[in-house]
Design a protein around this ligand. Structure first.
Ligand SMILES: CC(C)(COP(=O)(O)OP(=O)(O)OC[C@H]1O[C@@H](n2cnc3c(N)ncnc32)[C@H](O)[C@@H]1OP(=O)(O)O)[C@@H](O)C(=O)NCCC(=O)NCCS
Length: 158
């Protein structure tokens, strides 16, 4: 019983939803800085990119988890739906930029974000969903139902 109460209060506290424009004021960019190089941007730059991504509708979705007690974004991840000619004009989901705030790692919030993104890919008709990750994160994604396949190649321009 005590355990159930803890689970439901966590569910109320950590709300899973799509990115909103006001999330810039709730630490969204600072969270991304825990993932990779991510310089600060102006409110205008944020708004422009936000509106551009929103215009893609279901083809580009950013999931966030807000700690509503702190009004702080503590987890995020995105999925992009790629439209193909192969596989009967099939679609592939690409998961990117999954990160959980260091203060709340290990609380299954990463798994919740991955689950939200995977569900989105499945519900929008993708035949598969893929992502790249480091060796360190392989076990995490396996816990989220992924398996390793092939290798990643990359060419950086900067
Ligand atoms: C990787 C990351 C997103 C995991 O988020 P998290 O909220 O701490 O993970 P969860 O609590 O949801 O863990 C889910 C499961 O994965 C396991 N897991 C999580 N991180 C793990 C790790 N590094 N190694 C092994 N297992 C791991 C958990 O034990 C849990 O297993 P269970 O379901 O059997 O209990 C988080 O550590 C992070 O943000 N890291 C830095 C950014 C990063 O590397 N992002 C990934 C980019 S590809």
């Amino acid at each position: 019983m005590e355990n159930n109460t803890a689970i439901s209060s966590d569910e109320q506290r950590y709300q899973v939803r799509k990115l909103e424009i006001t999330d810039k004021n709730k630490g969204f960019m600072e969270l991304l800085q825990q993932l990779t190089v991510c310089d600060s941007i102006t409110d205008e730059e944020f708004q422009k990119r936000f509106e551009e991504l929103q215009s893609y509708g279901d083809d580009h979705v950013i999931c966030v988890i807000e700690d509503v007690h702190l009004s702080k974004i503590v987890a995020t991840g995105s999925v992009f739906v790629e439209k193909k000619f192969i596989r009967n004009c099939g679609k592939v989901g690409h998961i990117e930029d999954v990160v959980v705030d260091s203060s709340v790692r290990g609380m299954k919030l990463g798994k919740k974000v991955a689950g939200f993104l995977v569900d989105h890919a499945r519900l929008t008709g993708c035949y598969k969903v893929i992502l790249d990750c480091s060796d360190d994160n392989k076990a995490f994604y396996e816990r989220c139902g992924f398996k390793q396949k092939e290798i990643q190649m990359v060419k950086y321009f900067i």
